[in-house]
Design a protein around this ligand. Structure first.
Ligand SMILES: NC(=O)c1ccc[n+]([C@@H]2O[C@H](COP(=O)([O-])OP(=O)(O)OC[C@H]3O[C@@H](n4cnc5c(N)ncnc54)[C@H](OP(=O)(O)O)[C@@H]3O)[C@@H](O)[C@H]2O)c1
Length: 241
């Protein structure tokens, strides 16, 4: 197989659209999520539990041993807004899972991927992590989500610079815009008390202004060969359709 692609969050939303639009027909795709991810070899993992990260690491190392193909990609799209609500009010266990999944998992899984690809020969290597405009904008009710995406952005800037010095993997953070997925359904189903800016997203939905997941996915794949600086944080709304 010439290309080997891992996609976390492959069972829904943007991750699923990425699976459906992998631009290399012969690619082998490994989907990481709790629910089965159609169109992939499924690696069942609850990434809010650090114990599950070892299985992802084992998959990276096992599949890359002896890999002689052209390209290796890990897109980390898994993420959650739950629990929406104010710090100090929401359930502590759910808040902890949000912090672990959104902040820690991208950094540690990204690190594991970079370790696994370090010994590869000539294959092109890409690590893409989904971020959000919430890394910069303030949204009461999304404290740990916004903090996590800000962490992702800065992690990608630093690791991209490291890979530029030594390593050779392209590292990108991609903010997809406001995309018509289950995550947006969840926002619209949330009480304004827990997420006061809910109406903004209801209005975008009613105005038909949510980006189709397939469009976000196609734009994301195009970034891999767009000659971006390593460590770039890209907003798909700034990218040509
Ligand atoms: N949609 C938007 O408007 C938007 C905007 C900005 C950024 N983003 C970012 O884009 C990425 C994808 O978002 P989306 O809208 O596609 O979300 P989504 O529709 O809610 O899908 C989330 C995906 O993440 C997986 N996931 C969630 N919790 C997980 C866990 N504990 N362990 C393993 N996998 C888990 C889900 O799979 P399982 O439930 O099967 O585990 C699912 O495949 C996220 O990082 C999100 O922050 C989205």
């Amino acid at each position: 197989m010439a290309e080997l692609v891992w996609i976390s969050g492959a069972s829904g939303g943007i991750g699923r659209a990425l699976v459906d639009s992998v631009p290399w027909p012969s690619a082998r795709i490994i989907g990481i999520s709790r629910r089965r991810a159609p169109g992939t070899e499924h690696l069942a993992a609850d990434l809010a539990d650090p114990a599950a990260w070892d299985e992802v690491d084992a998959s990276f190392r096992r599949e890359l041993a002896g890999f002689g193909g052209d390209r290796v990609v890990f897109v980390h799209a898994a993420g959650t807004l739950e629990p929406m609500g104010f710090a100090g009010s929401v359930d502590t266990a759910a808040y902890s899972r949000n912090v672990v999944l959104n902040s820690a998992a991208p950094q540690v899984l990204g690190h594991m991927f970079l370790r696994a690809v370090a010994a590869l020969g000539g294959a092109q290597r890409h690590l893409v992590i989904l971020t959000s405009g919430a890394a910069r904008s303030v949204y009461p009710g999304w404290s740990s989500y916004g903090a996590a995406k800000a962490a992702v952005d800065q992690w990608v800037r630093n690791v991209g610079a490291e890979q530029e010095l030594r390593g050779g993997t392209q590292v990108l953070a991609v903010a997809p815009g406001t995309v018509d997925t289950g995550m947006q359904e969840l926002i619209r189903a949330t009480e304004a008390d827990d997420f006061p800016q809910r109406q903004k997203f209801v209005d975008l939905h009613e105005a038909g202004r949510l980006t189709p997941p397939a469009e976000a996915a196609a734009k994301t794949w195009r970034l891999l060969d767009a000659g971006l600086d390593n460590g770039s944080v890209v907003d798909l709304r700034d990218q040509p359709g």
